[in-house]
Design a protein around this ligand. Structure first.
Ligand code: ZN
Length: 223
């Protein structure tokens, strides 16, 4: 893939930053696309911009705030109390219906305008709260639909799809960006960089994965 350019959906969080560096290792060129949708963790946009600058890739910001007006969810309704756990038989109120479908559609249209076919997204179904638009079946279906809708041959890459959070930390380490991702990314739903607030579901997931990975890292260093 050394003669192709990839477009990476980049939010400034752990997962998408890992994907950005994954793409840099595989593609001749990389572009970062950051989409705002009225999310409460808006500071991540500046984090995303800084990381893209450090990585030396073109950065584009797209305002899709309309997404926040389409449904009730705690990521865009700032006065709604965020579910800390997954309610029985329902998605947590952090689920933004349609978000990844909108994101992939915007990404594909923008990729096409740059003559890009490869689109990278950090969704994962292995270690997540089960959002339907993070699943592999959804990605395959969206890939087919985007190709049909524009008569193109897009390839949606999901390097984290089957990785646990601990394995995503391991991948960051392999890519040589463990410290950058640990210290400079923003995953927290409350907009606090690095270790975050420590309480929101995104922080808990990130922290648990980091603890598991750091244990194996220490053991490996001892051997
Ligand atoms: Zn947090």
């Amino acid at each position: 893939m050394k003669n192709r350019t990839a477009l990476v959906l980049h939010s400034g969080g752990q997962d998408s930053t890992t994907c950005l560096f994954w793409a840099l290792q595989r593609f001749a060129g990389v572009r970062a696309l950051c989409i705002t949708y009225g999310q409460r963790h808006a500071p991540e946009v500046e984090v995303a911009r800084q990381i893209a600058a450090r990585a030396g890739v073109a950065f584009q910001l797209l305002d899709a705030t309309v997404i926040s007006r389409l449904s009730q969810n705690s990521l865009t309704q700032h006065d709604m109390v965020m579910d800390q756990e997954q309610p029985a038989g329902a998605y947590p109120n952090t689920f933004v219906p349609g978000r990844n479908l909108f994101f992939l559609t915007f990404a594909a249209v923008i990729a096409r305008s740059h003559g890009i076919r490869d689109i990278v997204t950090g969704v994962s179904q292995a270690d997540y709260s089960g959002y339907p638009d993070c699943r592999d079946t959804f990605i395959r279906s969206a890939n087919a639909t985007l190709n049909l809708s524009m008569d193109e041959q897009f390839i949606l890459h999901t390097p984290l799809m089957w990785l646990s959070k601990a394995e995503t930390w391991a991948l960051a380490d392999e890519l040589g960006v463990f410290d950058l991702i640990k210290k400079e990314t923003l995953t927290c739903y409350n907009g606090i960089p690095a270790d975050g607030c420590g309480q929101c579901p995104a922080c808990k997931l990130r922290k648990t994965g980091l603890e598991v990975y750091e244990k194996t890292r220490i053991n490996a260093a001892r051997r």
